[in-house]
Design a protein around this ligand. Structure first.
Ligand code: 0O2
Length: 219
């Protein structure tokens, strides 16, 4: 599709709004992480990645959906133009961060897909939320949608490898590779549960030691 100068300007302006929405989400996540670090000496977020979909992949996705290519249709039909990936250590952190985001009064949750509770048939696990947030521009408020993917480090490891393999084969993935990906995804689930169990055991141990120290000080 050829874009004239006016269209290029309009698309650039639209993408700028999505960039501002990502900036807002990034700030929200940084505040939560820093506050939790300060108050509880614990940060649930390992790291955050953001990306804006390129105009080429927006056009490709619109065409795949059989929708006319326009700025308005992009905003209406593609809800992951702005994407945020939040990587946490444990599944409990994933739900904790999810809960803290959805409770913020300027965040409107449009849709939630829990692929941790119900993984995709290929084994993919992540918690997806589509939200809408207001951004305050010179001429007024714009409500912008953002896709937030929350997952553990282990889930992220699996998903990045699977993504690369998928792009190599698309729908012609050899059955043995498909099976191994599913098996490794199941192993990721087991690993995440073991790591969480370990973390909880360490926590109980630390609490017991602290309780002993407090009672011996009181004597
Ligand atoms: P990219 O290149 O990461 O942006 P929709 O976006 O609503 O039209 P869908 O499939 O209903 O499509 O949405 P869903 O299930 O919420 O998935 C959206 C995004 O999640 C994908 O974006 C991927 O980033 C990720 N995802 C979903 N399924 C898989 C999977 O099986 N493996 C991996 N590695 N990632 C997955 P895009 O636009 O497809 O890709």
């Amino acid at each position: 599709m050829m874009m004239d100068k006016q269209m290029v300007m309009e698309w650039a302006k639209m993408l700028m709004s999505y960039k501002f929405a990502l900036d807002e989400i990034n700030t929200k996540l940084t505040i939560l992480n820093e506050e939790l670090q300060f108050v509880h000496n614990y940060n649930p977020i390992e790291h955050v990645k953001t990306r804006i979909k390129s105009p080429e992949s927006i056009v490709e996705k619109l065409q795949r959906k059989g929708v006319d290519v326009s700025k308005e249709n992009a905003a209406r039909h593609i809800r992951d133009i702005a994407g945020v990936r939040v990587i946490c250590s444990f599944t409990t952190d994933v739900y904790r961060v999810y809960d803290m985001i959805q409770r913020q009064s300027d965040v409107k949750v449009i849709e939630v897909k829990d692929y941790i509770k119900d993984p995709k048939p290929n084994g993919y696990q992540s918690l997806h939320m589509i939200i809408e947030i207001p951004i305050f521009l010179s001429e007024g408020i714009e409500h912008v949608s953002v896709e937030i993917q929350l997952r553990t480090i282990a889930m992220d490891f699996w998903a990045s490898l699977e993504h690369k393999i998928y792009y190599q084969f698309h729908d012609d993935m050899p059955e043995s590779i498909r099976e191994q990906l599913k098996e490794t995804a199941d192993m990721i689930g087991v690993l995440d549960r073991r790591m969480l169990g370990l973390k909880e055991e360490v926590q109980r141990f630390t609490e017991q030691v602290e309780a002993k120290q407090t009672s011996s000080l009181a004597m």
